[in-house]
Design a protein around this ligand. Sequence first.
Ligand SMILES: Cc1cc2nc3c(=O)[nH]c(=O)nc-3n(C[C@H](O)[C@H](O)[C@H](O)COP(=O)(O)OP(=O)(O)OC[C@H]3O[C@@H](n4cnc5c(N)ncnc54)[C@H](O)[C@@H]3O)c2cc1C
Length: 436
Amino acid sequence: MSWDFETEPAFQAQLDWMDGFMRHEVEPVDHLISHGYDMTDPARQRLIPPLQQEVRERGLWACHLGPNLGGPGYGQLKLALMNEILGRSHWGPIVFGCHAPDSGNAEILAHYGTPELKRRYLDPLLRNDIVSAFSMTEPAGGSDPTGFTTTATLDGGEWVINGEKWFSSHARFAAFLIVLAVTEPPDESPVPSHRRMSMFVVPRETPGVEIVRNVGMYGHSGEGTHAYMRYNDVRIPADHILGERGGGFAVAQTRLGGGRIHHAMRTVGLVRKAFDAMCERALSRRTQGEELARKQLVQQMIADSWIQLEQFRLLVLHTAWKIDRYNDYRKVRADISAVKAAMPQVLHDVAARALQIHGSLGASEEMPFGAMIMESFHMGLVDGATEVHKITLARELLKGYKPASGLFPATHLPRLAAEARSRYHDVLAELHSEEV
Ligand SMILES: Cc1cc2nc3c(=O)[nH]c(=O)nc-3n(C[C@H](O)[C@H](O)[C@H](O)COP(=O)(O)OP(=O)(O)OC[C@H]3O[C@@H](n4cnc5c(N)ncnc54)[C@H](O)[C@@H]3O)c2cc1C
């Protein structure tokens, strides 16, 4: 029997170091740079690389990767404990070399890239000398990829890509994009809809790669980072396809499974940040002669928040444990969808209560709660909308059930009582004979 909730001392020492390093060195950087992905920002280049070097020396660089790709291969459970700490800071994941979308794009390149693509893009990506973008969602809708219309056709030994993509985050800083495009159009090929698309590496400087505009998120200042892209006769070499032709969905799953749980691990940290602030304020603010913390309605907010946070954290840790155990994302599909669906709600609820307890200050730009609440909506969309994940979860769960054998359900009490009487017929008969 092994069912352990303790962290081994050597790894706890690493976590303790991370906690102090994040608090004193990394979290302050959030207030000094606007885009951690902007490799042309002199402040970013002065502040981030020395911190990354410290992380490397500590053996904590790119902990989502195995030793074959330069990471320590700690596994998902340890990564979850680390990511909880990283989640407190916007740029923490970059400092530790495990930031999206580069983490997932690196996994795709490692699995499916040619040696030349790996040399040109994977190696510098793993060192964070460059950043990349993932270009999948289209302006006409992201939740149903079978409706995507961007095409890639073979012409003279090259793929030619045409179409529009939407919300390709950080494309304006990226050295390359990973693009999903239709290679088997329905009017030319009878394959099923999930076999119509393929994944490609598109170097950012390729002629025809156009950023129509950089969309900003509500509440963020300055130019946005989520690119509305147009691919105009973009020609790339034939070997820039990743995986097999028509296998784009399978390749996408390589990155999305990990990406979703990693976002959730970091969200635990962000929720805890809101919770800590809530408790501090409840103990600091007085009204009607006593601290807010003594008001029962405030106590309820604190209790509800802690319960939601701890439930979510256990779900995340258990899912991470299962990934380590099974080493197969298909076996944790339901768990990952559950985590993904729970994440925005927990962040939203706890951040909203923290805002409320801080009153007008909480609603102001001087506190982070408004941004956290918006972030909860991002979390409900990135890597698939909440509704879609709930549908996946329910479908997966229903696979473990079958219809009732008769007209009434298996839990119909008269039926259970009849079965019980039949099962213990002898005992009941004996009791009955004793009575008479
Ligand atoms: C911060 C951020 C960063 C992103 N970065 C990237 C990126 O780098 N690359 C990329 O390719 N994409 C990116 N996206 C896009 C993201 O993947 C999409 O937002 C997501 O797939 C949903 O697509 P959509 O926005 O077009 O919403 P739609 O598909 O239009 O869906 C709108 C809403 O309809 C509802 N809905 C959808 N399907 C169902 C259903 N089956 N049943 C019930 N209700 C449903 C949901 O409420 C959903 O939110 C990013 C999004 C955000 C917010």
